[in-house]
Design a protein. Sequence first.
Length: 166
Amino acid sequence: MIKPLFQNIIVAVNGSEQSIHAAMYAILMAKLYKCHLKIVYIVDTATLKKLTLSKFFVSDESASYEKNLSEDGTRYLLYVAELAKSKSVSVETELRKGAVWSEIITAADDFKANLILLGGKPHGNDIEGTLHHDATSMANSEIIGSAHCSVLVVREPKIEQLFKLA
């Protein structure tokens, strides 16, 4: 008998619509293929440290921002866990701190993931979306180039409809 190509899937969630879509995709995959699923949110303390060292943030601002990001991460993880529960899929969630790309790879290695799912590129013309897109693209590129397992970038345009039907 051939071993399944993937049994453990990890999804990087950052709060963007694209990362939530990747989580929906992963939930459907876990349900269909009976996989183990882990959702990870990374508080990007590496960037916060750089901003503090470059005097863009003072230490107190950085700590406050990190706390806010941690709270946001917890909310996103709870939301995705509820999405999984709605499809009778068991999911493990984890909030980590550090550089996004290296923490995703470490989490995948720790979970013995066979597949990492990432959200596709955001759509939008605003400056904030562009800046977020640049940071996300850089992290995604690092993950794709350094991961020890397969990486899938989710770009399914109708994932919300598919998720509702499943």
